[in-house]
Design a protein around this ligand. Structure first.
Ligand code: UT7
Length: 322
């Protein structure tokens, strides 16, 4: 049984944080931020929690697509910002949305989390175990941002997105690529209880620490390879792809991948310009922007690749049917 996304919903907090704000707290300037990252602004929560933002994103989906979520049979929740270790974010959301009964699981795959979720949803449906899977991404990254570090504090924002995955007769989620290079784990980490990671000393601050240059180089190199691998695996040519939606960490990463694989960058969607790096949420957020501005249309083929902390990545292609 094939499946695809049959509804999407997003939520972004009201509070806008402009580039000029950072001039007041660290040694930076608006021009540097825009030129080196492509970010114009990002959002920050007031009191919303990770699960509350997800709930509001789910309500957005229900209202837009007239979907009943009460019979969702599985919730996969991607996040790195859970307020509680137990219970899971997915089980809190099941209760809050009044879903009668569902399997619930959280996944931590950093910025690749949403795509890992989509791959798992597709697998559960294709085996026949599930009929309606809710894939959720929600992040309150501003809570874990070190506002004394100019190399990271300018990047992150808060947002949530949900996607419903259901069986489809005409559309499908194609064969995925995924992989991990755990030896580079220290390149992006968020640690609270340990001084060492893979036997290397780390900052135990409960804030995001990143070797931006290393991740940048790795992302461009590996995602360019994986873009080509995904097409080969599915016997598709790049000219059949209507939109490429990579993780929105930095506009220059997206441009460099397009240049490496000779893909027209005007056929990419990003959310980084408007919302900064929202980790697992960037891909569905970019897709939603594309839907709202009329670019993404029924019958489009979308190529999605997430990458980040792990270091891990996951990509797939899907037919857009709504
Ligand atoms: O989502 C998870 C995965 N994460 C990523 O994909 C992030 C990938 N990395 C990046 O997006 C970029 O590496 C950053 C945006 C983090 C940094 O941009 P960059 O162009 O790679 O800068 P850089 O690290 O090469 O630094 C260039 C210069 C340095 O100064 P010196 O040593 O040349 O004097 C930095 O100290 O820019 C300086 N710099 C800044 N200057 C003004 C770094 N951050 C800032 C800043 N404002 N905010």
């Amino acid at each position: 049984m094939n499946s695809t996304i049959t509804g999407i919903g997003t939520y972004v907090p009201e509070k806008i944080v402009s580039n000029s704000y950072f001039e007041k707290i660290v040694d930076t300037n608006e021009e540097w931020i825009l030129k080196r990252t492509g970010i114009k602004e990002r959002r920050a929560v007031n009191n919303e929690t990770t699960v509350e933002m997800a709930r509001l994103a789910a309500l957005n989906l229900i209202n837009r697509y007239n979907k009943d979520l009460s019979d969702v049979d599985y919730i996969i929740f991607a996040s790195t910002t859970a307020e509680h270790k137990i219970p899971s974010l997915a089980s809190q959301l099941q209760y809050q949305l009044g879903i009668k009964n569902a399997g619930t699981i959280d996944i931590v795959a950093a910025c690749a989390g949403f795509i890992y979720g989509i791959i798992q949803a597709q697998s559960l449906i294709s085996i026949g175990f599930c009929k309606k899977v809710l894939v959720v991404a929600s992040e309150v990254l501003t809570r874990y941002t070190d506002y004394t570090d100019r190399t990271t504090c300018i990047l992150f924002g808060d947002a949530a997105s949900v996607a419903l995955v259901e069986p489809s007769l005409n559309c499908k989620i194609y064969k995925p690529v995924f992989g991990t290079e755990g030896e580079h784990g220290y390149a992006v980490y968020l640690s609270e209880f340990a001084d060492k990671l893979n036997s290397k000393s780390i900052k135990n601050t409960n804030k995001i620490v990143q070797d931006g240059k290393k991740v940048f180089k790795w992302a461009v190199e590996r995602m360019s390879e994986k873009f080509i691998d995904l097409l080969k695996l599915n016997d598709l040519h790049a000219n059949t792809i209507d939109f490429f939606i990579p993780h929105s960490a930095n506009l220059r990463i997206i441009e460099a991948i397009c240049s490496n694989v000779n893909f027209d960058k005007s056929k990419t969607l990003n959310s980084v310009t408007q919302y900064g790096n929202t980790s697992s949420v960037t891909i569905p957020l970019a897709l939603d922007l594309g839907i709202k501005n009329g670019m993404v249309k029924t019958g489009n083929k979308l190529l999605l690749i997430g990458f980040g902390g792990g270091l891990t990545y996951a990509g797939t292609i899907l037919d857009w049917e709504i």
